[in-house]
Design a protein around this ligand. Sequence first.
Ligand code: DQA
Length: 145
Amino acid sequence: MRISVLNGPNLNLLGQREPELYGSKTLAEIESLVREEAKRLGAKISWFQTNHEGELVEAIQNLPRRADGAVLNGAAFTHTSLAIRDALLAVKVPFVEVHLSNIFAREERRRHSLFADLAVGVVTGFGAHGYVMGLQALHAALRGD
Ligand code: DQA
């Protein structure tokens, strides 16, 4: 099983960026955790981060050729990007939406996701562990468990 993990803007700054909200792990450390769990599950991971909306659109457009499913932390684009929503609608590749922080416990404008109703499910508020949970849940869903 091939799983693509897609990360949106400012997630390259994890570790130094608002650690009280997002934790102290860097994105590379989160990637290691996810790869470790993927190995245990027998899944193959591709990992991607971008600060550019169009690059995330293109990564989603490429999903059907590259992955059976995706774990997506769209970061701020979650709350703003119709273009990314349209790409997800176009490819119809199953995905789990992940957020480090609990977006429902934050400012009003972060409480709405433009992707969540298209997702298999959403994991929000569990920090870095949420990526591992998202991978596990997606893996089970794709296997039909
Ligand atoms: C985030 C939540 C978003 O609201 C925010 O813009 C991010 C990170 C999270 O993982 O908690 O950049 O997606």
